[in-house]
Design a binder for this molecule. Structure first.
Ligand SMILES: [Zn+2]
Length: 175
């Protein structure tokens, strides 16, 4: 299970600190809810990529001593299973949406656009759930307005808070 955590730092600083990051400890299992200190269960390494840098960073794993479920503590500037950071995915999605049709849209960026457009309804209902007035129709032509709302919300705050909305998360495979 992936838990998204606010380390309060960006990719550069997280990569610099590496295994010395301030990893959270948990004393209640998010899965079985037993009151136990979750054990450190090693690290795995993954990429974090922006327009400027590529970093290989450690992701801390915890394990519940009761149910044995393992949890990955993902920093909130990353989306599960995306190598690009949340910020870069948003930027590239915006580029893809606002650009005139034409050749040369890289496959990955085109994929971000398609995935984002599939999330409009999900985004719409999330913002309404948050008590935020959405004054426009949920249509593709309004896609950039949702990007603006995400940025106004704060990208990482949005990502953490929306995780679990309708049992999904931003940019997850089809909602
Ligand atoms: Zn457990």
């Amino acid at each position: 299970m992936i838990l998204v955590h606010d380390f309060g730092i960006n990719l550069n600083m997280y990569a610099y600190k590496g295994m010395e990051n301030d990893f959270p400890s948990l004393n209640v299992c998010p899965s079985c809810h037993s009151m136990n200190d979750l054990h450190r269960h090693g690290f795995y390494w993954r990429y974090g990529i922006t327009e400027e840098i590529t970093e290989k960073i450690p992701i801390c794993r915890l394990q519940c001593p009761a149910c044995k479920m393992t949890f990955s503590i993902l920093p909130d500037f990353l989306i599960p299973y995306y190598q690009h950071t949340l910020h870069t995915v948003l930027d590239q999605t915006e580029t893809a949406i606002t650009r005139e049709k034409g050749p040369g849209l890289r496959q990955l960026v085109a994929f971000y656009k398609r995935r984002f457009l599939k999330h409009l309804q999900w985004l719409h209902s999330f913002f309404i759930d948050q008590g935020m007035p959405v004054t426009f129709q949920c249509e593709n032509k309004n896609a950039t307005k949702y990007l603006t709302m995400i940025r106004d919300f704060g990208e990482s705050t949005f990502f953490r808070r929306s995780k679990g909305h309708l049992s999904s998360y931003f940019m997850a495979s089809p909602v």
